[in-house]
Design a protein around this ligand. Structure first.
Ligand code: NAP
Length: 299
């Protein structure tokens, strides 16, 4: 029988606290220059999960004394009108960052809407110009979730250099930028990167070879302990609602089966309290960065 591995919990909450402690002085500095970093959150339609996400982001901005406004539109707003509203926010100097909460209602071409956000205010890093810069190795705004994951690895001294990292999922929001970042010639990159997705047969045959697994699939508890190499580090990006008998009627689970990876993984991020808090922390950081760039006349 193989010996059990001690599994460390990688608390994103702890890392986020550390990020905010560093950001406070930068926020003070911006304010002393007469600038309050500001974020506009664009919310289209009534999706309850999107409303929750926007509320938790803007709550954090308010708590830090930053400026934020949520601009809500009905799901049936005409595409031209939504594009015009985004152009209005691009021209409004109160906002240094603009985020369009995804997913947009199905009728919208998300790529077209995201492309309307000025690249200088694209604090989510989803504009094709910013994704292109990331691919070229000269990023401006790094998408918040992958950026937050790198910070978690850095904080807990989990090196990526020379390691085999398997990213499960290839979305433009998480998986693809994550795999690009890990393969860049940088201290937080230099990894050998494999990307798996819905057309990959036998995903376990890849994850069992990985030193680090990043699960961003949106399938509850898909990655199980028997799919891992003992001692590997697991980052669980998934946030999935699973119905249960509780008062709320559901509980949140990740893409990783938390219990079965205990004693196999060397480290794992929890859900909640793992990647989620870091996504918000990186949104704040990117917005502060945008305000600093504005102050220094970079755009
Ligand atoms: P997404 O756009 O739906 O992409 C999911 C990816 O997983 C796709 O590349 C898809 O493959 C792949 N996939 C789906 N089912 C699969 C399967 N059975 N086997 C292998 N691959 C499969 O989702 P996302 O936006 O990347 O988000 C992923 C998860 O992370 C969701 O649970 C989401 O709620 C969560 N999330 C959390 C945060 C956070 O802050 N913690 C932030 C963003 C997202 P194809 O490309 O082939 O379709």
């Amino acid at each position: 029988m193989s010996a059990q591995v001690e599994t460390h919990i990688l608390s994103g909450k702890e890392v986020a606290k550390n990020v905010y402690a560093h950001l406070n002085s930068r926020i003070k500095e911006a304010k002393s220059n007469g600038v309050v970093p500001g974020l506009a959150a664009v919310l289209v339609g009534e999706d309850p999960a999107s409303q929750v996400y926007v509320r938790s982001k803007t709550r954090k901005f308010n708590k830090l004394g930053l400026h934020t406004e949520t601009v809500c539109f009905p799901a049936d707003i005409a595409e031209e009108d939504l594009l015009a509203e985004i152009r209005r926010l691009n021209d409004d100097s109160v906002f240094h960052g603009i985020l369009v909460q995804l997913p947009l209602p199905r009728e919208f071409d998300s790529g077209k809407i995201l492309s309307e956000v000025s690249p200088e205010k694209d604090v989510d890093g989803f504009h094709p110009v910013n994704l292109g810069r990331l691919a070229a190795g000269t990023p401006r705004f790094i998408p918040c979730t992958p950026k937050g994951i790198l910070r978690i690895l850095q904080y807990f001294r989990i090196a990526t250099e020379g390691k085999h990292v398997v990213v499960v999922g290839r979305s433009t929001i998480v998986g693809r930028p994550m795999s690009l970042l890990l393969s860049l010639k940088t201290p937080t990159g230099n990894a050998t990167t494999t990307v798996c997705h819905s057309r990959t047969p036998d995903i376990g045959s890849f994850t069992r070879q990985a030193d680090i697994v990043i699960a961003a699939v949106g399938v509850p508890e898909m990655i199980t302990g028997d799919m891992l190499k003992p001692g590997s580090a697991i980052v669980d990006v998934g946030i999935n609602r699973v119905e249960d008998d509780s008062e709320k009627g559901y509980r949140l689970v990740g893409d990783v089966e938390f219990d079965s990876v205990q004693g196999v993984a060397g480290a794992v991020t929890p859900v909640p309290g793992g990647v989620g808090p870091m996504t918000i922390a990186m949104l704040v950081e990117n917005t502060v960065e945008a305000a600093e760039q504005w102050v220094s006349g970079e755009w």
